[in-house]
Design a binder for this molecule. Structure first.
Ligand code: AMP
Ligand code: ZN
Length: 461
């Protein structure tokens, strides 16, 4: 099937033609590891996971190489270490593992390579030396800077700005040693208290952008197929990656297709700590957010698929609630998800092949549900990274079911005896354990919520 993808570089939706269909190569900028990933950080992970699944389906699982890096050298990490009194290594190792756990909870497959910047310092140094030798970079006061004037015609093409516009719009304080105010750092000196590596320019550390150029070259070569990330990275990060890579390896073209996801907002507003609408993926999963209930990772994934990746997406509690109800309704179908096929229906692979049209995918899933096409629906869900584990794990064991049933009967008895205080108390206790009781015409039925905690039932007599 022909895949079409929107390319930021050409601003067009284009037919995707891999350089080598036996090895389709994709690089996505990963997180800086100093804190839990917030909900916005999860968006590119889910978007490019869906693309990775589509590429594997189309070209074969062994014919796709997906690289996503960890930025483990950065001034934000240094600051976190200084303020917490913990070591940098401890912070980056812990945060890296958090990221892996949280993204796995969203049903994202692990990329084939997850390089850490600190593992590629010698390769970065080599690339910087090469850029100096080719006249694209210069040393000044212990720093090495990329000279944008050596690449002036191309610099800014991805994001659609000229060097002059950038200078006019720049609010950064300009270091006196820069030849052009837009020149950016490839290497900078480190004081003894900061992480540093020996280099031809003294002990120092890399600027942020060079790591992606060096790691993409090492793992994917001088030309590869797709480069992704959030659109906040387009300038300066991606612009600088292109400048570095194309100048160091003029024989290649770096990434052929550039893809950018739009930003995520919360209840119509930018996510921010001061607005109280800032939460991490883990906060949602654990129920530590304004909504107060546990949002299964799959539900987050389902909500994300509801908005096309090139559109801003709004996270609302209402959408999350209805996503959870919809998924749960499907998982309640008889014998659902029992098979192990993960072959999507043709319409779904076609919708994804049209620049990842995930809102259309959800419509197709809903149609399958309406038609009671349970096998196709479960195979397509599995293809999209849904397993229903959170739902099936919530189904109480027979023993626990009996226990709940006897508590529910007790509740009915209290009501018959018109002992409403005791009935209300028991109902509140059941709610706290994640058991909802619905009663009509004297018959009570229970269901469990995502907050179901069987251990809390033990405490009830
Ligand atoms: P950072 O660790 O800030 O470099 O971000 C890691 C990834 O998350 C990048 O691809 C960003 O573009 C992306 N990102 C950050 N904030 C948001 C947001 N609010 N919505 C969508 N993507 C975001
Ligand atoms: Zn990058």
């Amino acid at each position: 099937m022909t895949i079409k993808l929107h390319n930021t570089k050409t601003r067009k939706k284009e037919v995707f033609a891999p350089i080598d269909p036996d090895n389709v190569r994709m690089y996505v900028c990963g997180p800086t590891v100093y804190d839990r990933a917030h909900l916005g950080n999860a968006r590119p992970v889910v978007v490019f996971d869906v693309l990775y699944r589509l590429l594997r389906y189309t070209y074969g699982a062994d014919h796709v190489t997906y690289v996503r890096n960890f930025t483990d050298v950065d001034d934000k990490i240094n600051a976190r270490a200084a303020e917490s009194g913990r070591s940098i290594g401890e912070i980056t190792a812990e945060t890296t593992q958090w990221f892996l756990d949280d993204m796995a909870a969203l049903g994202a497959l692990e990329p084939n390579h997850m390089p850490r910047a600190t593992q590629f310092i010698p390769q970065m140094v080599t690339m910087i030396e090469d850029l100096i030798a080719k006249g694209h970079a210069y040393e000044a006061e212990g720093h090495v800077l990329f000279a944008v004037d050596s690449w002036r015609e191309h610099y800014g093409n991805l994001s659609g700005r000229s060097v002059d516009d950038m200078i006019a719009g720049a609010r950064v304080e300009v270091a006196p040693y820069k030849k052009n105010p837009m020149d950016f750092v490839l290497w900078k000196p480190s004081s003894p208290d900061l992480p540093g590596w020996e280099s031809p320019w003294g002990r120092g550390r890399p600027g942020w952008h060079i790591e992606c150029s060096a790691m993409a070259y090492e793992l994917l070569g001088e030309s590869f197929d797709i480069h992704g990330g959030g659109n906040d990275l387009m300038f300066p990060h991606h612009e600088n990656e292109i400048a570095q890579s194309c100048c160091a390896h003029p024989e290649g073209e770096f990434a052929k297709v550039w893809m950018h996801n739009e930003m995520l907002q919360v209840e119509g507003k930018k996510m921010s700590k001061s607005l109280g609408n800032f939460f991490t993926v883990r906060d949602l999963i654990d129920g530590n957010w304004s909504g107060g209930w546990k949002v299964p990772g799959e539900v987050i994934r389902f909500v994300f698929l509801g908005t096309h990746y090139r559109k801003p997406m709004d996270w609302t509690e209402t959408t999350a609630k209805s996503a959870m109800e919809e998924l749960a309704r499907w998982y309640r179908f008889p014998d659902f998800m029992k098979g192990n096929s993960s072959e999507p229906v043709k319409d779904i692979s076609a919708a994804l092949s049209d620049d990842l049209n995930t809102p259309e995918v959800l419509k197709i899933l809903r149609d399958l549900a309406k038609l009671h096409a349970y096998e196709e629906l479960s195979a397509s869900l599995r293809f999209l990274g849904f397993t229903g584990k959170w739902f099936f794990d919530l189904i109480p064991s027979e023993e626990v079911s009996r226990r709940i049933q006897s508590l529910v009967s007790e509740l009915d008895r209290f009501r018959e005896e018109k002992n409403y205080a005791a009935a209300d108390e028991l109902r509140a206790q059941l709610t706290a354990a994640g058991v909802q009781v619905r009663s009509s015409k004297g018959i009570s039925e229970f269901s469990v919520t995502s907050d179901f905690a069987p251990s809390k039932l033990e405490e009830l007599q």
